[in-house]
Ligand binder design. Structure first.
Ligand code: FAD
Length: 384
């Protein structure tokens, strides 16, 4: 079914499909509850898709964000889960835009050829989620470099990453004028670091997420990205990319569940007619389709603005909001359309239902997206 695709990027879509078709529902189901899809990530890397956003001069694909979003969409639309590798695409911007030339030379060629994975992004802490500026993890200058103490939570893929981008306070909250000051960003090799402990967190979908403890962990002085104290701004810069890419994943999720639901509703007969002939089954699917199509337009508009270097925060936020709501509506309607079989693991509907639900809460919850729109787009007072 040709569902809400625009005809651009046909070759790219076909190339991604060629790789992802090797990983069917049985593969993804077999990974649950928490196995990392090593084979899938290796295949994606070999095909050059994981290093797509690395500029060509560092050995990468030099792709636009629009193209990167198409790659993630196609993975989701195939029934796969790009969460195993999406962070590499959206956190790389911090390194690309604010890293030193020396840091780029050191890391980007390895990320491009797959010998280095940049998959761990340590921002959230047990007492600081939406309110990032409340992070307490400290980085202090010592003769050997930076000494890190503190705890991160929900650091996804930390057990499967070579590198981490970490946000830590270099000046305590109480000592800064602006609460976003005094936070610094670091990139470092997280393998075999004394004092670093990583524990998996079991979750309702396979996300390989963890909690990370820093107990007098020393990282090199040149791990600092850009200027000390400016890390919060560097990370914020990357948020638009993250939102657009997550929106694309949701569009892919929505395509997958809708295609499955339509096939099922056309094929199964109840009370002497196809299931889908009932408006109670058909209309929620139609509604979700309309929502997905609308979200998809905003997603491409946001991505085009991003690629043109234009301001796109409003569009990126709206794309993430609309797409995550639409994919959830689609998953919910697909579950209903499948009746009891929607709950059977082998249909992959309940898995996608769980996977796509995450994106209303993380990487940023939709309430904060609405707060952004209210305050910065509509000009309403700050609501928090
Ligand atoms: C599976 C998973 C993977 C993740 N991966 C990563 C990762 O790799 N790296 C990382 O750093 N973090 C990661 N996160 C963390 C994620 O970014 C946070 O969970 C998210 O930002 C919300 O923070 P919180 O959980 O502390 O919720 P809180 O900030 O405690 O908020 C709880 C709820 O309250 C509501 N809320 C909060 N503030 C407001 C407000 N001002 N107005 C209205 N409503 C509000 C929201 O609806 C929110 O869902 C992940 C989380 C999950 C679940």
């Amino acid at each position: 079914m040709d569902l809400i695709q625009n005809s651009d990027h046909d070759d790219l879509r076909a190339g991604v499909r060629e790789v992802v078709e090797r990983f069917d529902g049985a593969y993804w189901r077999g990974l649950e509850p928490d196995r990392y899809p090593e084979e899938f990530v290796a295949a994606l890397t070999d095909a050059g898709f994981l290093g797509a956003l690395v500029p060509e001069e560092y050995g990468g694909g030099g792709a636009t964000l629009t193209e990167a979003s198409v790659i993630l969409e196609e993975i989701s639309a195939s029934g796969g889960n790009p969460s195993a590798c999406h962070a590499q695409m959206y956190i790389m911007g911090t390194l690309l835009r604010h890293g030193s030339e020396e840091q780029k030379q050191r890391y980007l060629p390895g990320i491009a050829d797959g010998s280095l994975r940049l998959q761990a992004f340590g921002v959230t802490e047990p007492t600081a989620g939406s309110e990032t500026t409340r992070i307490r993890t400290r980085a202090e200058r010592v003769p050997e470099g930076w000494r890190i103490n503190g705890q991160k939570i929900w650091t996804s893929r930390a057990l499967y990453s070579d590198l981490m981008i970490l946000l830590a306070r270099t000046t305590p909250f109480d000592e800064v004028e602006k609460k976003s000051d005094g936070i610094s960003a670091f990139i470092f090799d997280m393998r075999d670091l004394p004092g670093l402990t990583i524990n998996p967190i079991p979750t309702m979908m396979n996300h390989n997420t963890t909690e990370v403890f820093f107990d007098d962990v020393v990282i090199p002085a040149d791990a600092l990205i850009g200027d000390e104290g400016n890390g919060f701004r560097y990370i914020l810069d990357g948020m638009n990319a993250e939102r657009i890419l997550i929106a694309a994943e949701c569009i892919g999720d929505g395509r997958f569940v809708l295609e499955r639901a339509v096939d099922y509703a056309n094929g199964r007969e109840v009370f002497g007619k196809p299931l889908g002939a009932n408006q109670g089954v058909q209309f929620p699917l139609s509604r979700a389709y309309a929502q997905l199509c609308a979200a998809n337009l905003v997603r491409f508009e946001a991505a085009a603005k991003f690629d043109a270097g234009e301001k796109c925060a409003a569009e990126a936020n709206m794309a993430k909001f609309l797409a995550s709501e639409a994919s959830w509506a689609a998953a919910n309607a697909a579950l209903d359309a499948h009746g009891g079989f929607g709950f059977a693991v082998e249909y992959d509907i309940e898995r996608k239902f769980r996977e796509t639900r995450l994106y209303q809460v993380a990487p940023i919850n939709n309430n904060l997206v609405l707060a952004y729109l209210g305050q910065h787009v509509l000009g309403l007072p700050k609501s928090y």
